[in-house]
Write a protein that binds this ligand. Structure first.
Ligand code: ADP
Ligand code: MG
Length: 553
């Protein structure tokens, strides 16, 4: 069997891992266990839905075998779905997730050294090459006859040959390097497993030799021993009272591929008409694929503790795609097909209730201004998307989004703006554009400054699309100041008089500029600059005009 090269992105990833993740090498075990757990989830699901596999009886489990005497071999075994030859090539020879590929490509040399950044994607199987010179993967796919062995040194490429394996599933045999020797140790493995994998849904058994010392002069006896080392209780089904923040944080790491603690978690049990448990997390840093169309959804669906899918983008509204976690329903049939999920009433209800719950928790976060600022720095933008996509929750979302302003430092809300408004101020004023610094120096702000009127600075490209659509906040109109006529309502009688006095000059300018402009008007909005260009009240503003041009409108 010939030797096959890794795809270039695999080489890049291997480079990255070996250079940056060394101090975190223990995560190899978390990654292997999580792959086994996924494989067991998949097979469990198939035995419920696939005619061919319905007869198959299996007790899902993961086994870890140690070589405490020689510290050479480390084995992880599962009886999950397994891989055939094609699967081995496509899963272990390339990087399937396109987000990861782009992510690596775009990382600067500096960023590559930041292991927190790396924690943002599944480091996955290749992390074994931090601690092994050679890895063998022996696998047999459920429902198939042949087993295959994939072997690699994690440098050049891999070989695949036919192999033997009794049952379906996968065995990973690691030939440890110097750095890996410490993992052939019972206490180490127990501790790492508890840290990362305590709450996965399947038991993890540790196989080792127990040494017992007899009377003096007698040889100690060695007994092969098997011990379950994780609690394997689906954490989200346990009572909140039994759980500590550490339990939640540790569980988060097992489901999110994130090293960092989560920013926040929300654990809910619903009883009554519908019965379900949800556990949601806000990552401390926004997922790196948040703005990619092919982002990986963060929420996994379970039915009565059986994993159904982690690839359904409809479980929560798109704008909440940064939320990670679990929905576990008691009401769906176990063999619900993934295609039918979209139209499912039970799920629609869970989605609706979960959205409300998440938004109300975000509202509560506002009480802690430091925490809320961090939240806004990461998630302001998706919330703004919600302003135009989630009509039902528009009112709550308007309380949650934040803006920069001419009146205060940092972020501010519509509500705070309204509280600061002068008695005879009629509207909430805002200016849109793509650069905060530019906007702050805009001549359009001059008249508002001179009259001490606050203007919201909207420098996020999405603002221009979303904010004008809102119309009002709490009965106060929202007005873009980069529109003709927008300053009319703040004019004094003196302003109006001086405008009249320059009418003849205006006529002259109009004559000269002719067709190249729509209109020329006197304005009191400027105090220091002589003139500026603005959009007509009903026209798109200039930035919007550019965006529409770019979209071919
Ligand atoms: P990820 O788990 O994020 O997809 P990995 O590098 O951890 O990335 O694994 C790559 C792929 O290899 C998995 O998606 C899966 O298809 C396959 N795989 C890895 N380990 C196993 C296993 N124990 N059983 C079955 N398939 C596996
Ligand atoms: Mg994985």
């Amino acid at each position: 069997m010939s030797h096959q090269q890794f795809k270039t992105e695999v080489n890049d990833l291997l480079q990255l891992i070996t250079h940056s993740l060394y101090s975190h090498s223990e995560i190899f075990l978390r990654e292997l266990v999580s792959n086994s757990s996924d494989a067991l989830d998949k097979l469990k699901y198939l035995t419920l839905t696939d005619e061919k596999l319905k007869e198959l009886e299996f007790t899902p489990q993961i086994d870890i075998e140690l070589d405490e005497e020689n510290h050479k071999i480390f084995t992880v075994r599962d009886n999950g779905i397994g891989m055939n030859k094609e699967d081995l090539v496509s899963s272990l020879g390339t990087i399937a997730r396109s987000g990861t590929k782009n992510f690596i490509k775009n990382l600067s040399e500096e960023a590559k050294k930041d292991s927190n950044l790396i924690g943002q994607f599944g480091v996955g199987f290749y992390s074994v090459f931090m601690i092994a010179d050679k890895a063998e993967v022996i696998s047999k796919k459920a429902g198939e006859d042949k087993a295959w062995k994939w072997t690699s040194d994690g440098k050049t490429g891999f070989d695949i040959t036919e192999a033997e394996r009794d049952t379906h599933g996968t065995t990973i045999i690691l030939h440890l390097n110097e750095n890996g020797k410490e993992y052939d140790n019972r206490w180490q493995v127990e501790q790492i497993t508890k840290k990362y994998s305590n709450h996965i849904a399947f038991p993890i058994y540790l196989h080792y030799e127990k040494t017992e010392y007899g009377k003096e002069g007698e040889e100690p006896t060695k007994t092969p021993t098997v011990e379950q080392i994780n609690s394997a209780s689906a954490l989200w089904r346990r009572s909140k009272n039994d759980l500590k923040p550490e339990d939640y944080n540790e569980f988060y790491k097992t489901i999110s591929n994130d090293f960092q603690e989560p920013m926040h978690y929300i654990h809910t049990r619903a009883e009554g008409q519908l019965e379900y448990n949800t556990l949601f997390y806000f990552p401390t840093k926004a997922p790196m694929d948040m703005f990619q169309a092919d982002y990986q959804p963060g929420v996994k669906l379970y039915v009565k503790r059986v994993f159904i899918t982690d690839d359904d983008k409809e479980l929560l509204p798109t704008y909440l795609r940064f939320v990670k976690g679990i929905i576990d329903s008691e009401d769906l049939p176990l063999n619900v097909s993934r295609e039918l999920l979209q139209k499912n009433k039970v799920l629609a209800n869970i989605k609706k209730a979960s959205t409300k719950k998440i938004l109300s928790e975000i509202k509560k976060l506002q009480n802690n201004s430091e925490k809320y600022t961090s939240f806004i720095e990461e998630y302001n933008r998706p919330l703004k998307e919600g302003l135009y996509s989630d009509f039902e929750n528009k009112e709550s979302l308007m309380e949650l989004v934040r803006f920069k302003s001419t009146a205060v430092e940092g972020w501010t809300s519509f509500k705070e703006y309204k509280e600061r408004m002068g008695e005879d101020q009629k509207s909430i004023y805002f200016i849109t554009g793509d650069n905060e610094g530019f906007l702050r120096n805009s001549p359009l702000l001059e008249v508002y400054k001179s009259k001490n009127i606050e203007v919201l600075i909207m420098a996020d490209e999405i603002d221009e699309v979303v904010i004008p659509m809102l119309g009002k906040y709490d009965d106060v109109e929202l007005k873009a100041i980069n529109k003709a006529g927008s300053a009319d309502e703040i004019k004094s009688d003196d302003d109006k008089k001086s405008e009249d006095s320059i009418k003849p000059l205006i006529e002259k300018i109009k004559e000269i500029l002719g067709e190249s402009v729509k209109d020329v008007v006197a304005s009191t909005r400027l105090t220091d600059s002589p003139s500026c260009v603005v959009a007509d009240e009903n026209d798109p503003t200039s930035q919007m005009a550019q965006m529409m041009k770019a979209m071919g409108q």
